[in-house]
Design a protein around this ligand. Structure first.
Ligand SMILES: *Cc1c(COP(=O)(O)O)cnc(C)c1O
Length: 459
């Protein structure tokens, strides 16, 4: 009856798992809206390191993890897995609940799994600085950390309203050597122009992406870096699932349900892809259900449309085939900043549209209530994003209680909530609104997208 299931350093995976060759259909490629043709990988190399673009389109199932990266991973990997005995008892469920915990990394989430890898491959190609955007600061702090480990500089455009409201993640980025600017900033043409017209703007992720891209393409020594959505980013996260499989082996168990939250889809993919590999290669000892959980305030897959759309508001990125709420989506201010995105990883969307992955959405009131029960039973304070997964786990465990099924549930606690006390304070004070994004606004955004590109529906 072990509560913690540990692996030692020698068990840090030696390869990442790439799902592309195992998808039920070929992944629709990114498309240039001007030519309506697939974007050539070479074109992406203006933005990203060559090796990362190679990984993005690779058909290889296993991609070796360089020793230099495994050595950095050893600062916090392998991460622990826990059996949630106390939560099981609180729920009086016959289900066995396990969680893999990524909150032990220095930035406090799964995001350094890819930040460290991206910094390494850029360093190898002679790049000396990475640029990126960040909303609440999870991704920015992970990238600053990753760059520090390989002697790179980092420039982070942080959405202005978060820069002033959430100063502590900014301090974290600065401690690790990151240069942080409130976006829109005076650093870029796009930022200066935008500020001239809208001096009082709170900023947005779309604007910050545009600034980070401009900075990278106008400086020889710099490249751009993304924290979710793209294939190579999700692949770097598979160290999570590969370790989890070994850990469950140690207690002779295998999941019936694998549950995680989805904002761009990287952490959940990192957990479930290695188990999906078992399913497609017929190695899985039983049927496994993959369940992705989103916020009702940003219900990309549950309420969005599966079609080509831009990844950013300013329409600077290629078109990606994904479930989208429309690129002009403006989210309600829910506390789960990592889930406030209009799109989703194209691989996850393909799997959802083929019914290989189930999706469900919860509002933040029920989600924080679940995180509160989790804190009272397991002790760990969940980040607001994986609290969505906790809600889904509790619901499934309660269903098992009704039917008496002894199912095994595995979920990802992808980050701690130590920087999110304002959210918990609002929850305790009963001040959280249960936001639901209206269907009508999705319709309007999709109509606008179709008017902009009348040919898009057929793609
Ligand atoms: C960024 C973030 C997310 C959302 O991104 P995914 O790519 O879906 O994982 C979720 N949880 C935490 C803690 C995050 O930092």
């Amino acid at each position: 009856m072990e509560t913690k299931i540990y692996l030692d350093e020698g068990n840090i995976p030696r390869n990442w798992y790439n799902i592309l060759p195992d998808l039920p259909k070929p992944l629709p490629p990114p498309v240039d809206p001007k030519t309506r043709e697939p974007v050539k990988p070479e074109a992406l190399m203006a933005l990203f390191a060559r090796e990362l673009v190679r990984q993005e389109v690779s058909g290889e199932r296993w991609i070796p993890i360089p020793e230099e990266i495994r050595e950095r991973y050893a600062l916090w990997r392998p991460t622990p897995m826990y059996r949630a005995f106390r939560l099981e008892r609180a729920l009086k469920t016959p289900a066995r609940i396990y969680y893999k915990y990524e909150g032990v990394s220095p930035p406090g989430s799964h995001k350094p799994n890819t930040a460290v890898a991206q910094a390494y491959f850029n360093m190898k190609e002679g790049i000396s600085r990475l640029t990126t955007e960040t909303g609440a600061g999870q991704w920015g702090s992970a990238l600053a950390f990753g760059c520090m480990l390989f002697g790179l500089k980092s420039t982070i455009y942080m959405v202005k309203v978060s820069y002033y409201q959430k100063p502590y993640r900014k301090v974290l980025m600065e401690l690790w050597g990151g240069e942080v600017y409130p976006s829109p900033s005076e650093k870029t043409n796009f930022g200066r122009e935008f500020l001239k017209k809208n001096p009082e703007t709170p900023g947005s992720l779309g604007i910050a992406i545009s600034e980070a891209i401009e900075d990278a393409v106008t400086h020889e020594d710099a490249k751009y870096s993304l924290g979710s959505v793209l294939n190579h980013v999700l692949m770097h996260q598979t160290v999570i699932g590969l370790e989890a499989k070994e850990q469950l082996k140690m207690v002779d168990d295998y999941p019936d349900y694998i549950i995680g939250c989805i904002g761009g889809g990287s952490s959940f993919s990192g957990l479930f892809w290695p188990f999906y590999y078992d399913v497609v290669t017929k190695k899985a000892p039983k049927e496994v259900k993959f369940r992705a959980v989103e916020a009702t305030a940003a219900p990309s897959v549950t309420k969005g449309v599966y079609m080509y759309d831009h990844g950013d508001t300013a329409r600077m990125t290629p078109l990606l085939k994904m479930h989208t709420l429309g690129h002009d989506f403006v989210p309600d201010p829910i506390h789960a900043g990592g889930l406030r995105y209009h799109g989703m990883a194209p691989t996850l969307c393909l799997l959802a549209s083929e019914n290989k992955v189930e999706t469900i959405a919860y509002n933040q009131v029920e989600v924080f209530k679940a995180a509160h029960l989790f804190a009272k039973s397991e002790g760990h304070i969940s980040a607001p994003e994986p609290a969505h997964a906790i809600k889904a786990v509790i619901d499934e465990a309660l269903r098992c209680k009704e039917t008496g099924e002894e199912k095994t549930i595995l979920f990802l606690l992808c980050g701690h909530g130590h920087f999110d006390m304002k959210a918990y304070e609002d929850y305790l004070a009963g001040k959280l609104p249960p936001y639901e994004y209206p269907e009508e606004r999705v319709k309007q955004s999709i109509e606008k997208l179709r008017a902009l590109y009348p040919w898009i529906t057929k793609m």
